[in-house]
Design a binder for this molecule. Structure first.
Ligand code: ATP
Ligand code: MG
Length: 264
């Protein structure tokens, strides 16, 4: 059976709608007159892996923060499995849709206190085996769990924050340049950990990155922001091979510090 899915592509089966947002509008923080973005609409299905791309300042982080209810859109609606965010307790919402920031925020206490937070807050058992597995996959097998979390390096904090989010087993992960401060080897580990997590748990992922090679590896679809909106939503292959807009073509041609693209 042929159907047209949320991305406007032909596919083989009907996937349930997980997250939908329509006509999101946001003005700049310092001026309600200056538009950051407008008419931002898209839908995310279960298991989708999206790379959210665009030059600096397009509002990618702001969009992720709005989707996790850490920020408010001026206009528009967001629905999770058909239920508007307005009908949700924000804490419940953020258990299902987790935002992992580039600048990780550690809670007071030790590394282990941070990892146990989720379980204490939500009264679910602490799975030591899973924690150890994730620490090892993220290259943190030797970390001292009794260490004060505030004393960790930026890259260590980032990985602990990511693992803390995974332990919630959210339906959707919103990842904001989470490997940006890691060396290549640890960035690869984190990528592999998330790929395995996605395969096993089916978590949908929206991942902001400036590294095009990474975007090609970790996504099935690209959402491209430019010109104050979500300009393109297309399959990753098509975006890199034949982007629809001139702005996307120019973006792909920029000799940025994100490295040359290799799709092989
Ligand atoms: N809460 C907010 N409300 C309105 N504007 C904001 C808010 N937070 C940040 N901004 C502004 O919106 C613009 C885009 O910021 P944002 O961090 O979302 O961009 P970005 O696409 O993630 O950029 P980068 O790739 O550099 O991380 C910036 O000028 C920023 O100052
Ligand atoms: Mg950003």
């Amino acid at each position: 059976m042929i159907y047209i899915n949320f991305h406007g592509k032909r596919g083989a089966s009907i996937l349930p709608k997980l997250l939908e947002f329509e006509q999101l509008k946001k003005s700049h923080a310092n001026s309600s007159e200056t538009l950051l973005f407008n008419k931002v609409s898209a839908a995310l299905a279960c298991h989708d892996r999206i790379a959210l791309l665009g030059t600096s300042g397009q509002g990618k982080s702001t969009l992720l923060r709005i989707l996790s209810l850490l920020d408010i859109a001026d206009e528009g609606d967001i629905r999770l499995e058909g239920v508007s965010s307005k009908q949700f307790d924000p804490i419940e919402w953020r258990m299902k849709i987790c935002y992992v920031a580039q600048q990780a925020v550690m809670l007071p206490g030790s590394v282990e206190d941070n990892l146990r937070t989720v379980h204490q807050l939500h009264h679910i058992p602490y799975d030591v085996q899973l924690v150890n597995k994730l620490l090892s996959q993220a290259g943190l097998e030797a970390i001292d769990l009794n260490k004060n979390a505030a004393d960790l390096s930026g890259g260590e904090k980032q990985r602990i924050a990511l693992i803390r989010s995974l332990l919630l087993r959210p339906k959707i992960l919103l990842l904001d340049e989470i490997t940006a401060s890691l060396d290549q080897s640890n960035a690869n580990r984190v990528e592999n950990m998330l790929q395995e997590w996605h395969r096993k748990e089916g978590t949908s992922i929206i991942w902001v990155t400036h590294q095009l090679e990474q975007a090609a590896r970790i996504s099935d679809y690209v959402w491209f922001m430019d010109n104050h909106t979500l300009l393109e939503r297309t399959s990753t292959d098509q975006f890199f091979e034949q982007p629809e807009t001139e702005l996307a073509r120019r973006y792909l041609q920029q000799p940025a510090d994100r490295g040359a693209l290799c799709l092989s």
